[in-house]
Design a protein around this ligand. Structure first.
Ligand code: FAD
Length: 392
């Protein structure tokens, strides 16, 4: 099928199958999850989930061109795919890149079909930007492992069946060298999930506690104590998927929300026109940058740290758009339950989740521009001797 025909077929399918949007703030409800799962199964069966993922593991094995064509059409619809965004954008690609064949066989197809929901368990109260300082422990227990500790800010943990968990397996090694990655069963009775309400009024993320949670060794991803390199794979995918909006279609006419803003704005005011043009330019620049990264990836050049550029641009664009929307909409921007006020209060989260703007700048400085790295006095010190987190 040529690309135009593919795009027309995708549009027709989306028109016929996308359910009408629910009001914001209700995505924790079970009804919403059941509806999202039903939609995801239909999306998969129609061939629009995992478009570029390998056929062997349940994907469609198509190119970035089809992926982009579908995404361009999907932007016109509010797809109820939010609960799958961590699986599709981060944990799934990590399993495809770094998992064993048994793990790919077991987990990838149910993830793409929306049968199982995934979360990402990296951040802890004492380890966010410095995630390698984490303290959740996994210790050997017979053939497997036993996990104890606490995570925080874990998106969709309350709905998740499985989590990608980064845990400390060697306290004698320096902090980056004693970590291991696991797949953990979020339904085990030793896992306690406590939702945290953010300023949108939604319980988007959670605290997660692990009390003697067993993990079989077959659920280890990568080598023992090589979890940092697996985490870097996840974080690279995370930044790319956030900036490309995987699974996050908000039903806007265009990625900048420009049309919606223009409808409310006094476009005869030259200052307002200037700002709308600035918004358009920034959003086009980001879209073209993302397109270039995708084309390079297809040609075999993985974008690596340049994913952080896209993530930073998106975080800045999101804040710029929220500020402009607040000024244009006036008091309407703070009406509770309204999609606009919801989007405005959600905007700052983009500068934190997936790594803060400051951390993105550090990465870009060191890994993209080749500037000298900042001092890291703890890099070779055994973890147990560091004063981090709650460690004495
Ligand atoms: C909406 C949302 C969803 C999230 N979902 C998940 C999830 O699903 N799973 C998960 O594991 N985590 C998740 N997180 C957590 C997120 O990854 C962390 O919030 C983020 O990494 C920052 O960590 P922190 O909050 O501990 O802030 P800190 O690391 O304590 O940072 C505090 C401030 O210090 C600055 N700072 C810290 N270190 C440096 C440095 N070296 N140089 C310059 N400035 C620095 C930061 O930029 C920031 O301004 C989510 C966060 C949000 C907001």
């Amino acid at each position: 099928m040529n690309l135009d025909a593919y795009r027309r077929a995708a549009r027709a399918w989306l028109q016929a199958n996308t359910p009408s949007p629910e009001p914001p703030g209700d995505d924790g409800a079970d009804g919403g999850v059941a509806r999202a799962k039903e939609f995801m199964a239909k999306l998969y069966d129609a061939g629009y989930s995992g478009i570029t993922w390998p056929r062997r593991w349940g994907g469609q094995g198509l190119t970035q061109e089809e992926e982009r064509a579908f995404a361009a059409e999907a932007r016109h619809f509010a797809l109820p795919t939010y609960v799958f965004s961590i699986g599709l954008g981060m944990t799934g690609p990590t399993l495809v890149d770094r998992g064993t064949d048994e793990q790919r066989e077991r987990f990838v197809r149910p993830l793409l079909r929306g049968e199982e929901i995934w979360c990402q368990l990296f951040s802890e109260p004492g380890a966010g930007s410095d995630v390698a300082a984490l303290q959740t422990r996994a210790v050997r227990d017979g053939q497997g492992w036993l996990v104890n500790g606490q995570k925080v800010w874990t998106s969709v943990a309350q709905q998740a069946d499985w989590g990608l968990l980064l845990a400390r397996t060697d306290v004698e090694a320096p902090k980056h060298k004693g970590l291991t990655m696991f797949v953990v069963d979020m339904r085990h009775p030793g896992v306690t999930v406590r939702p945290l309400r953010d300023m949108t009024g939604r319980a988007h993320f959670n605290e997660v506690f692990f009390d003697d949670v067993p993990i079989p060794d077959e659920h280890r991803v990568g080598e023992v104590n090589d979890g940092w390199s697996v985490a870097v794979t996840t974080l690279l995918h995370e930044r790319l998927s956030i900036s490309a909006g995987v699974g996050m279609s908000g039903g806007e006419d265009d990625p900048s929300g420009l049309e919606a803003l223009r409808r409310t704005a006094d476009t005869t005011d030259p200052l307002v026109r200037d700002e709308l043009v600035e918004l358009y330019i920034r959003s086009r620049a980001l879209a073209l940058f993302n397109q270039r990264l995708a084309q390079e990836a297809e040609a075999g050049a993985f974008p690596g740290a340049r994913g952080s550029v896209a993530k930073l641009l998106l975080a800045e664009l999101t804040m710029f758009r929220a500020d402009l929307a607040t000024r244009l909409a006036g008091p309407a921007s703070v009406v509770g339950g309204d999609p606009l006020s919801h989007a405005i209060s959600l905007a700052p989260a983009m500068s934190l989740g997936g790594g803060t703007n400051e951390i993105m700048r550090n990465i870009i400085g060191e890994r993209v521009l080749g500037l000298p790295p900042g001092p890291r006095v703890d890099k070779t010190v055994p973890f147990k001797d560091l004063k981090v987190g709650t460690q004495e």
